[in-house]
Design a protein around this ligand. Sequence first.
Ligand code: PEP
Ligand code: MN
Length: 263
Amino acid sequence: LAGKTFKPEPSVIDVQGVKIGGKELVMMAGPCAVESREQIMEAAFAVKKSGAQFLRGGAFKPRTSPYAFQGLEEEGLKLLKEAKDATGLLIISEVTSEKAVETADKYVDMFQIGARNVQNFQLLREVGRSQKPVLYKRGPSTTIDEWLNAAEYIMSEGNHNVILCERGIRTFETATRNTLDISAVPVVKTSSHLPIIVDPSHAAGKSQYILPLSKAAIAAGADGLIIEVHPNPRCALSDAAQQLKPDDFNNLCKVISEIAEII
Ligand code: PEP
Ligand code: MN
């Protein structure tokens, strides 16, 4: 169902009027995790001003260590909904379990399936039973073929509103957190009709590389970006090194829209 043999023309996914996979680029931005009302509101107003259409913010955080901040869960989702009501931004947030899908369904406009759950087939089936769009990230060690095959678990349940997201894979290189596989963009475009966006934040792991990787992603044909932005990255409870300050995000948006005009 994800392949071009099934559907040759590119899919455009309409999320309440915001089209993903069409001519316009989509920009999703916000903090790694929702931390407080003040933090998410400040982030929301900032990314809205820069032109983002979606506010991201994790409420269920799949952290590498069980002792690290795990997210505000439903409280975080309520804060995201408040930010939506205040700004008009659409909301995307990660779901990590079938229970989380049920809870998040009340608050979000798009589910995010994180890299760690790329082959959590039960969870994929669960979001597949919804009609809500799903941002589906590649796993750090899945091939593109495995990833597209696993997308079938979502689509075969009836939900064809899948947006792929390349977020870096594990390689021998240690200078960046993961290695952004820019090739995934043209490879996916060749074999699938699904839109693909790029997450340079989790690929790079370091804020100074976000702008050049974003430029590369758009030049390679990505349909948009998802970027971590925090009002005060140094104090972030997760992914502090990679989150952009609102001003840097604003600059990135300007540069990206210039590139978008010439490609
Ligand atoms: C995230 O978007 O905050 C996240 C945990 O990303 P990934 O699943 O790509 O690691
Ligand atoms: Mn993060």
